[in-house]
Design a protein around this ligand. Structure first.
Ligand SMILES: *Cc1c(COP(=O)(O)O)cnc(C)c1O
Length: 397
């Protein structure tokens, strides 16, 4: 099967001021000015405190829970990718995606406020919902597809969007939802984990906050947990940063450094992964034992038209349903190039039967496949072979 002979990503979208292409931007994002005999990316700074003579006010680095030069580099880099050319962009890095998500919801919502969440978003949103309700916040939910959250916006303080949604891969119209929300004074946050800033730019599309887990495709090697919040409003950024300082959900310097280092390959990784994901999704479509193949890049996908408008590449996740749980388990033990593991976005392909966690409303045979950077033809051959093996009914072994 030929690789790279078709356009594998969406259109080049007009994302504001012209400048370098993403491939160029990522290799220098957040790096300090070049100085003789200094490394291009300074190593991680391990410091609980910094020398601090005299006044505290205005000191860039005082205590390690408040700030760290390694975070500063990473935060600048992510800011350049989330909102190229906009100097106002501020990024606050967290210890994990959940640290970042919690920081936005818990710092912005007060008793009596209304929040609108997706009913089909990341499964831990349900725990946060319980927590928020315990604090006296009214939480409404609606599915991501068909912009169903629009109907719940009346009087809301905050709208939380996750697009594409994990694991269902539905897409909603960020610009349309943001416009409607802003008309009623509602703050808009988008979970941009699946797309990464190279696939989708929520702040350009009108959102107030772009929030993501950096654990997935952003860092892409399955060896770091990380999260971040990006926004262009200084007050909003300050309140999220104050929350981080209060709860201490800070990234380790080593993790922040590894994340910054991995950004240089974000363009080639996500480009390759999007192409591979489309090739695998197309191969799955032609199999009769596979149903509900979902990938926003598939021309026939219910999300495709909208995804093509607001995304510039469609991510590495393909979801599909096999006849039953046993079939799915046989498939997962028969694939050679796809590890049985959770999470997604890594350079090595992984997949899992999502129903094993509980919490997501998915069929027993539902598989979420994260496509890595391997050769597309090898992956397609391996997946086809594993489906044949699973169909022959061999017990997993
Ligand atoms: C993984 C994930 C999170 C949580 O991120 P962690 O880094 O695991 O805390 C949040 N949102 C989405 C869409 C995710 O896929």
């Amino acid at each position: 099967m030929a690789q790279n002979d078709e356009p594998l990503t969406g259109p080049e979208l007009d994302y504001g001021p012209a400048g370098d292409a993403d491939a160029t931007r990522v290799v220098r994002a957040g790096l300090p000015e070049e100085r003789p005999y200094e490394p291009p990316l300074p190593g991680p700074v391990f410091a609980a405190h910094y020398h601090l003579p005299g006044e505290v006010e205005g000191a860039p680095y005082a205590y390690g829970r408040d700030s760290n030069p390694t975070w500063t580099g990473l935060e600048r880099a992510i800011g350049e990718l989330e909102c190229p050319g906009d100097e106002r962009t501020e990024v606050v890095a967290f210890a994990s995606g959940m640290g970042a998500i919690s920081a936005v919801l818990l710092s912005q919502l007060r008793p009596g406020d209304v929040a609108v969440l997706p009913s089909d978003g990341y499964n831990l949103l349900a725990s946060l919902r319980e927590r928020l309700e315990g604090f006296g916040v009214e939480v409404r939910t609606a599915p991501t597809g068909r912009d169903a959250q629009l109907a719940e916006l009346d009087g809301a303080k905050l709208l939380w969007i996750e697009t594409p949604s994990n694991p269902g891969l539905d897409v909603c119209d960020i610009a349309r939802l943001a416009e409607a929300a802003h008309a009623g004074g509602t703050l808009v946050a988008v979970d941009n984990t699946l797309a990464t800033p190279l696939g989708q730019r929520p702040l350009h599309l009108g959102a107030d906050l772009s929030v993501a887990s950096g654990t997935k495709a952003l860092t892409g090697h399955g060896d770091v947990l990380l999260g971040y919040v990006a926004c262009r409003d200084a007050e909003l950024a300050a309140s999220v940063r104050a929350w981080r300082k209060t709860v201490g959900a800070i990234p380790g310097p080593m993790e922040a450094w590894l994340a910054h280092r991995s950004l240089a390959t974000l363009d080639i990784r996500t480009q390759r992964q999007a192409g591979n994901a489309l090739a695998v999704a197309e191969a799955l479509l032609s199999r009769e034992e596979v149903s509900d193949v979902r990938h926003p890049g598939l021309p026939g996908d219910p999300s495709h038209t909208l995804a093509a408008r607001q995304m510039s590449r469609y991510g590495c996740v393909v979801s599909f349903t096999l006849p039953d749980r046993e079939f799915a388990d046989r498939f997962l033990s028969a694939v050679r190039l796809v590890g049985d593991a959770t999470s997604f976005g890594g350079v090595r392909s992984t997949a899992e039967r999502r129903g094993r966690w509980g919490g997501d409303e998915v069929p027993e045979g539902f598989v979420r496949l994260s496509v890595g950077v391997e050769d597309a033809a090898d992956l397609v051959r391996d997946v086809r072979h594993a489906l044949d093996t699973a169909a022959n009914g061999t017990a997993p072994g």
